[in-house]
Design a protein around this ligand. Structure first.
Ligand code: NAD
Length: 335
């Protein structure tokens, strides 16, 4: 069987990680990545063997800088079965016409609105909904992290109500334009925030609201969850259920902060030190007066990466069973 041809439009924090994760799979391949400028990331992509494409009027600039650009973004799209759009939020929307014109399947990231694709994706919660579609949106890092725990709890016990506080990193580690900040910023001040309710774009019936603050850190988001469930269950029941989820890591062993989780990722030899799983403090999982509480940390740069791989399989229907795709992706990535 020939491999699915994948193009990455936008090779930044998310795009470069999706490219490497696709390369680890045996049923898909990268046919090109698109960079707007010949910066260090473009040189690394070229050194890794990826064909580097760029905007139509910048092909010569790229060549002059020493990167033999394989052509324009339109040329790249014409070669692809699926385009993974990893451009900054709001830009991807403008690319939809390009993909429609080329008749190519496309996926966007959480910075775009649900309506752009008409289907918001999380592999565990709604893989089947994306089967054979032309367009899908892989939800944000926070929404992915929330779906991964709310979906199994809802399946097992019925979720009556979720209240979540998101403590968000102010910027990614390489983002010199946005931070880190030296303050705690309620964001947004008007409540509730949109973050938690984005879960409804994947699991519509969940009653969920959220509040969010930005903190002076680049190392992960941290969620405080409070969940009411329909059926009775114990702390031990919930721990056992969460521990068996394919993209959840229960943490302890003296880890008391997001900094130590990031160190763990590096010590484990993960590419870029990435932590693809939700990290739940096992000790925090508590049923108290009939309600569930726990803390989880989400590595914003990487938790959506395995989800992108699964979304490619769902769109192209090379695997129609979500559970099998998750297992295949996890095995190939070493998760
Ligand atoms: P980024 O800024 O790190 O990377 C975006 C890349 O796209 C850059 O290399 C930029 O040069 C390039 N680009 C800009 N305009 C382009 C164009 N017209 N054509 C081709 N390339 C173009 O952004 P990111 O953090 O990777 O975010 C990408 C998407 O992923 C956004 O929707 C974002 O909301 C979402 N997302 C980001 C994170 C995160 O924490 N970084 C987590 C989950 C989802």
């Amino acid at each position: 069987m020939s491999k699915v041809k994948v193009a990455i439009n936008g090779y930044g924090t998310i795009g470069k990680r999706v490219a490497d994760a696709v390369t680890m799979q045996d049923d898909m391949e990268i046919i090109g990545i698109a960079k707007t400028r010949p910066n260090y990331e473009a040189f690394v992509a070229h050194d890794k063997g990826y064909n580097v494409y760029t905007l139509a009027d910048r092909v010569d600039d790229m060549k002059k800088a020493g990167i033999p650009a394989a052509g324009s973004i339109d040329d790249m799209i014409a070669e692809a079965d699926v385009v993974v759009d990893c451009t900054p939020g709001g830009i991807g929307e403008k690319n939809k016409a390009l993909y429609e014109k080329a008749g190519v399947k496309a996926m966007w990231q959480g910075g775009e609105k649900h309506e752009l694709a008409g289907c918001s994706f999380n592999a565990e919660a709604n893989y089947e909904e994306a089967l054979g579609r032309d367009f899908v949106r892989v939800v944000s890092c926070n929404t992915t992290g929330l779906c991964r725990v709310i979906y199994p709890l809802d399946q097992e016990y019925g979720v009556k109500k979720v209240r979540v506080t998101l403590m968000r990193r102010s910027a990614d580690p390489n983002d010199v334009k946005n931070g880190p900040i030296n303050a705690i910023v309620p964001n947004p001040i008007k409540l509730p925030s949109h973050h938690g309710p984005d879960v409804k774009s994947v699991i519509p019936h969940i009653n969920i609201t959220s509040t969010a603050v930005k903190l002076p850190t680049t190392l992960m988001h941290l969620h405080t969850l409070n969940i009411e469930m329909e059926k009775d269950c114990s702390t031990e029941d919930v721990k056992a259920l969460l521990a068996k989820q394919p993209r959840v890591r229960m943490i302890g062993q003296g880890i008391g902060s997001t900094a130590e989780i990031m160190e763990l990722g590096k010590d484990m030899g993960r590419p870029r030190g990435d932590m693809w799983e939700n990290c739940i403090w096992e000790e925090s999982v508590t049923m108290y007066e009939g309600e569930l509480y726990f803390f989880q940390a989400i590595h914003q740069e990487s938790d959506v990466i395995p989800e992108n791989v699964d979304a490619i399989r769902a769109l192209t229907e090379i695997e129609t069973d979500g559970t099998k795709s998750i297992a295949k992706t996890n095995k190939a990535m070493g998760l």
